[in-house]
Design a protein around this ligand. Structure first.
Ligand code: ASP
Length: 341
C-alpha cells in the first residue's frame, strides 16, 4: 500500500517536472530598472542610495515570494509593480513623456511552461500596466491589446485607473524639453538616437520558481519624445520580453526599435536552445552584436538551471539579483563585468 502511494507521488512529481529540472533548481530572480547613460559623477550619494534601496526592495519582495513557494509569475509581477510605483523609473509613475507631453505605457508578461503571454501598448490611464498585461494573458482570448480597447478591458477587470498626469515627474519633463530641442525631425526610425543624457528606466524582472518554471515581465513608458502612437519592443513578444522553459527568460531595456528588428529576447533564448550556449554567453553575444548596428541597451536573463545573468552595452544599468547565494545590487558598468552571473 505504502509503496503504491510512494510510486504515485514519484510519478506525479516526475510528470510535474517532465520538461525541466525540478527539485534541484534553486529559486532566483533578476530585475532591472533600465540601461543608459548612467553617469556616476552626475549622481549624488543620496540619489544612488535611493535607487539601490528601491531595487533591493523589489528584488527582495520577489525573492521572498519565491522562497515561500510562490510562482515565478507572481514574483515577477510583484517586483515590477514595486518598480512601476517608484517615480525613479520609466514605468508607471515616472514614465517618460511623449512628444505631445502625455504618457503612453507599454507592458508584457510571459510564462515559460506554456509560453502564455499578455501585452498592452499605448495605455494612458492604468496605474500598473503590468497587471493589465497579466489580465490580458489570464482573462482574455488575446495576447496584445492597445490603446482605448486595452483601457476598456482594464476597467472591466476593475484595475486601478488614474488620470494621465499621475505619471508626471519634473525630471522627465525636463528630459522631454531637452529632447525636443535636440531633434525636431525624425525622418527614419534609426534616426531616433537617444539623447546621451536621456535616462532610460524601463523596468523588468525574470525569475525561476521551485517548480522550475520561468517567467518574464517588463513595463515601460517607452522613449522620450516618441510620436504618432509609437509602440516599442516591450509588448512585442520575443523582442523585449520572452520566457520559455526549454531555454531561458529575458527582459530587455534600451532602444526599442533595435530590439524589435533584432528580436533580442527570443534570439538569446534560441542560442541557448539550439546552440547549447549558456544564457550568459548568449546574452553577451546578442547585446554586443546589437551595439555594432547602433542599438544600445541591456538584458537580464534566468536559465533553466537557475543561473542569473545580465548583459548591457551602456555605461550603466540599474539591476539586482537574488538567489540562495545572496543579493547583488549594481548600477554602473565598472561594478562588475558587463556580463554578470
Ligand atoms: N525599450 C524601451 C522602448 O523602446 C525603452 C527603454 O528600455 O528605456 O520602449
Amino acid at each position: 500500500m505504502k509503496s503504491t502511494l510512494l510510486q504515485a507521488v514519484t510519478l506525479s512529481l516526475a510528470a510535474a517536472c517532465a520538461s525541466y529540472a525540478c527539485a534541484s533548481v534553486p529559486v532566483g530572480i533578476v530585475i532591472h530598472g533600465g540601461a543608459g547613460t548612467i553617469d556616476r559623477s552626475q549622481m549624488t550619494e543620496a540619489q544612488q542610495k535611493n535607487y539601490e534601496a528601491t531595487l533591493a526592495d523589489a528584488v527582495n519582495k520577489g525573492y521572498e515570494l519565491l522562497a515561500a513557494g510562490g510562482s515565478s509569475l507572481d514574483a515577477v509581477t510583484l517586483a515590477v509593480t514595486v518598480l512601476e510605483d517608484s517615480p525613479l523609473f520609466n514605468a508607471g509613475k515616472g514614465a517618460v513623456y511623449n512628444w505631445d507631453e502625455t504618457h503612453e505605457l507599454d507592458a508584457a508578461i510571459m510564462t515559460g511552461q506554456d509560453r502564455n503571454a499578455g501585452a498592452v501598448a499605448s495605455v494612458t490611464n492604468v496605474k500598473n500596466p503590468i497587471l493589465l498585461a497579466r489580465a490580458v494573458m489570464e482573462q482574455s482570448a488575446h495576447v496584445m491589446l492597445t490603446g482605448a480597447g486595452a483601457e476598456q478591458f482594464a476597467a472591466a477587470q476593475q484595475l486601478e485607473l488614474v488620470e494621465n498626469n499621475y505619471f508626471n515627474t519634473e525630471f522627465r519633463y525636463e528630459a522631454l524639453k531637452r529632447a525636443k530641442e535636440s531633434q525636431q525631425a525624425l525622418p527614419h526610425q534609426a534616426a531616433l538616437m537617444p539623447d546621451p543624457n536621456w535616462k532610460m528606466g524601463t523596468v523588468g524582472a525574470v525569475a525561476i520558481d521551485s517548480a522550475g518554471n520561468l517567467a518574464a515581465a517588463t513595463s515601460t513608458g517607452g522613449m522620450t519624445a516618441k510620436r504618432w502612437g509609437r509602440v516599442g519592443d516591450v509588448p512585442v513578444i520575443g523582442a523585449g520580453n520572452f520566457a520559455d522553459n526549454s531555454s531561458c527568460a529575458v527582459s530587455g531595456t534600451g532602444h526599442g526599435e533595435y530590439f524589435i528588428r533584432y528580436n533580442v529576447a527570443s534570439d538569446i533564448c534560441a542560442r541557448v536552445k539550439y546552440q547549447g550556449k549558456t544564457a550568459a554567453v548568449a546574452a553577451n553575444e546578442v547585446i554586443s552584436e546589437l551595439l555594432t548596428v547602433g542599438g544600445t541597451g541591456g538584458v537580464i536573463v534566468v536559465d533553466t538551471k537557475g543561473e542569473l545573468s545580465w548583459a548591457f552595452n551602456t555605461p550603466g544599468m540599474y539591476r539586482a539579483k537574488r538567489n540562495h547565494a545572496g543579493i547583488v545590487v549594481e548600477i554602473f558598468s565598472s561594478q562588475s563585468e558587463k556580463t554578470g552571473n
